[in-house]
Design a protein around this ligand. Structure first.
Ligand SMILES: FC(F)c1nnc(N2CCN(c3ncnc4sc(CC(F)(F)F)cc34)CC2)s1
Length: 494
């Protein structure tokens, strides 16, 4: 059955958000799997009609009856039907299934072929980072897709071909697919970043690159069909331009996210929880959890399902606290984000995260210092040793991220704001800094084995992997995590 026959035609033409939410609800509640191509086409059509094809306000146009100022759209059944059939015929017309054996599971060649079909039909050159390029509607009407959109289209294409073992795998800055009998195979299907040769068709590397944040240390979000619907809803983009969002699209996305949340489809998807948190912060839905709860749920999901290897849950949470002027809590979340980084080696594929941390360290924290320095410092951040500890934990995490990486992270541009920030704290606070030497030195030795570099040969600093026995100076131990542990450094040296 080609999906569309089952769609409730009474909902068409789609003229309001509730009818589109109903269509998505019908799709995720029906007995068979939700149809990704259908939902991506409808979601893309709504988004594009409200953000791109703004109908200019005609002279003497009838005054809007409802409060939706300009949030009107009308999506005809025959348009959706035509686009849906077009996508199916592109896929079915380009892939000769007899060439891929008779296995009910996809093969690497099949996945690569579907990726090639999408890839080769994209327009030659367009601005890849533009908004509204994530849906199959964009692919069919403009031959343009962003990095995520290509991956989603490949999974939707495999669904059209009947390979329901092909699923979306998501890190915090990349997407690929898993497939095969127990989903044990992986394949690149899209590009990443700028100027990088794409690796489409290859399995996800087990090389040193897999220690980079880009592949989240083997902890990607592996989607089922319902989480793929969550991913396409989460990728809806309400922005009209750099400074304006279209409220109707944000409402549309928010209502869809809550519908999926109620069915548990955000439970293992930290970024979707974070996105919903952002939407709720801007426009709270009565009777729903507070946005701060959603940010906490994202953190808990990463800790529970992904071995706490995701960074964004903490930066979503830190950004919220910052906007609410809860600066101590913000520093705590950012320090927690940096703790995740310790496990990673920085690679040039991690630029997005590098920019995020630059912004926190060199823009947001200096802003905090200015904000608390001048006004009445209600929480006396600058007199609070725990805030100082958070700050040091943040920087130390970044240092450890750099440690053992082939690409440096820090440079003088980082040092100036750091020095200014440290100097802002009271001398009495800085004097309280104690670092527990003995325990950590023992711990350092025991963890030496499985530390992130030992699994790689020829590390830059392999020369002196053994720590010296005698207690080192405070500075050398910035790598240890327990700044606030009791022992006075000098007594530990005795
Ligand atoms: F850290 C907070 F400040 C963030 N605010 N927005 C953030 N985004 C926005 C949404 N976003 C996402 N939201 C849902 N799912 C995904 S899957 C993915 C990787 C890729 F695009 F597929 F390659 C990204 C992403 C990326 C991270 S992090």
């Amino acid at each position: 059955m080609a999906g569309l026959e089952r769609v409730n035609r009474e909902l068409f033409p789609l003229r309001d958000i509730s009818s589109v939410v109903q269509l998505f609800t019908d799709e995720v509640e029906k007995s068979s799997e939700p149809d990704l191509a259908l939902l991506s086409i409808v979601g893309g059509a709504v988004e594009n009609s409200l953000t791109c094809h703004r109908s200019p306000v005609m002279k003497d146009a009838p005054v809007e009856t409802d409060d939706d100022s300009g949030g009107e759209f009308e999506i005809e059944y025959h348009i959706v039907d035509a686009l849906y059939s077009q996508f199916r015929s592109i896929i079915l017309g380009s892939v000769d299934l007899s060439a891929y054996g008779d296995s009910k599971y996809a093969t690497r060649e099949l996945v690569k072929k579907v990726s090639d079909v999408i890839w080769n039909s994209l327009s030659r050159s367009y601005y890849k980072d533009r908004a509204h390029l994530q849906s199959i509607y964009s692919y069919l009407t403009g031959n343009k897709l962003d990095c995520f959109g290509v991956a989603l289209a490949v999974v939707a294409g495999c669904q059209v071909l009947g390979f329901n073992d092909v699923h979306l795998a998501l890190s915090e800055d990349h997407a690929w697919v898993v497939f095969g009998e127990n989903g044990g195979e992986t394949a690149e299907v899209t590009w990443h970043g700028k100027g990088n040769e794409d690796k489409r068709g290859q399995p996800i590397g087990t090389s040193v690159g897999s220690l980079s944040w880009l592949y989240v240390n083997g902890q990607p979000v592996i989607c089922d069909r319902y989480m793929e619907v969550t991913a396409l809803v989460s990728s809806i983009n309400p922005s009209f331009n750099m400074t304006t969002d279209i409220k109707e699209v944000a409402d549309f996305q928010q209502q869809l996210m809550w519908m999926l949340y109620d069915r548990g489809y955000l439970q293992r998807y930290p970024m979707a929880l974070g996105n919903l948190g952002d939407l709720e912060e801007i426009n709270p839905t009565s009777g729903r959890p507070h946005c701060s709860d959603l940010f906490s749920q994202a953190v808990d999901a990463s800790r529970k399902f992904y071995n706490n290897q995701h960074v964004y849950p903490y930066t979503y949470q830190g950004g919220y606290y910052f906007r609410q002027k809860m600066y101590k809590e913000a520093l705590g979340s950012w320090a927690n984000a940096a703790d995740v980084l310790r496990e990673y080696n920085y690679s040039r594929d991690d630029e997005e995260l590098y920019k995020e941390l630059m912004d926190i360290a060199n823009e947001l924290i200096p802003h905090v210092m200015k904000a608390v320095g001048s006004g009445i410092d209600a929480h006396s951040i600058l007199k609070d040793p725990e805030c100082f500890a958070h700050l040091l934990r943040l920087y130390d995490g970044i240092c450890q991220w750099e440690e053992g990486s082939v690409t440096p992270v820090l440079h003088i541009g980082w040092a100036k704001p750091l020095v200014n920030t440290i100097a802002k704290f009271d001398a009495s606070v800085r004097a309280q800094l104690v670092i527990d030497l003995q325990d950590d030195l023992d711990e350092e030795h025991s963890s030496e084995k499985e530390d992130k570099n030992s699994s790689r040969s020829g590390t830059a600093d392999s020369g002196n992997m053994e720590k010296t026995e005698e207690p080192s100076k405070v500075g050398d131990n910035l790598n240890n995590n327990n700044y606030t542990k009791a022992l006075e450094s000098d007594s530990a040296q005795s």
